[in-house]
Design a protein around this ligand. Structure first.
Ligand code: ADP
Ligand code: MG
Ligand code: MG
Length: 249
């Protein structure tokens, strides 16, 4: 499904991604764990197509089609979704209009029928309830005046709404309490299925109690230095990343 091949990327004159290889088959949830500054967010931006994150070498493919020449909107239309580590607020932009426009742009690009206002409102309300965002909050401009935790809930609302083919979640768990973590688990597990893949980026093993990964990869020094089964999370919790940081150096 998602294949990353020998990815190299430089930012501000520094090599940040350094020969990163990763592949996530359809139907699987893979976790990426790694120390601060190892390149996790850089990887997610590069795959999603953020401006300024054009690799020097390597390729990223979704369903065997290279994404690198596509803009972020084209990637999104193919089902790529990124939940931001630090979601931005967009004051002045009405939340529901914004999300309905985004959703319908994706559907249109895929040749699907646009969703009517009534239909959108129905699914939107359903997902808002699941993620625990009140109608009062949702009347505010996009993420405007939201707490860190509320912004993460909004990210999960979008993921539920867009039903992506492949979702990258960049530290969705950071700043969330146990109830919110359970909600994230609920959303991911309800979307899990044979045609969908997830890359869950996290510092901590905690989220992986609610979202059981098929594989765990350690990112250090801009590449995957170790991979293992779900048991690797416990090991890392005990041993830390030091051994891998040394390996990467
Ligand atoms: P992580 O998400 O694993 O904590 P990041 O991907 O955010 O790590 O950052 C990886 C490294 O790249 C860090 O050393 C960071 O300082 C550096 N970095 C990130 N963005 C830029 C940039 N725009 N210019 C230069 N260096 C950057
Ligand atoms: Mg970080
Ligand atoms: Mg990060």
């Amino acid at each position: 499904m998602l294949t990353i091949n020998n990815l190299h990327l430089t930012l501000g004159g520094n090599r940040i991604l350094n020969g990163l290889d990763l592949s996530v088959p359809a139907g699987e949830v893979h976790a990426i764990m790694g120390p601060n500054g190892s390149g996790k967010s850089t990887l997610s931006y590069t795959v999603a197509g953020r401006d300024g994150y054009e690799p020097d070498h390597g390729d990223v493919t979704l369903d065997s089609e290279s994404l690198l020449e596509m803009g972020p909107d084209e990637r999104a239309a193919r089902g790529m979704f990124l939940s931001f580590q630090s979601p931005p607020a967009i004051p002045g932009v009405a939340t529901m209009n914004f999300l309905r426009t985004a959703l319908n742009a994706q559907r249109k690009a895929r040749g699907e029928e646009e969703m009517s206002s009534a239909e959108f409102l129905k699914v939107f309300r359903e997902h808002a309830k699941t993620v625990g965002l009140s109608p009062e909050k949702l009347k505010r401009p996009f993420n405007d005046g939201y707490s860190g935790g509320e912004k993460k809930r909004m990210e999960m609302l979008q993921m539920a709404l867009f039903q992506p083919r492949f979702a990258i979640m960049d530290e969705t768990d950071s700043g969330l309490d146990i109830d919110a973590l359970k909600m994230v688990g609920e959303v991911v597990n309800s979307l899990r299925g044979p045609d969908r893949g997830f890359l869950v980026i996290t510092h901590y093993q905690r989220l992986l109690d609610y979202v059981k990964p098929d594989r765990i990869h350690v990112l250090a020094g801009g590449r995957i230095v170790h991979s293992g089964g779900p048991e690797l999370a416990q090991e890392l919790e005990q041993s830390g990343y030091e051994q891998f940081a040394e390996e990467a150096a």
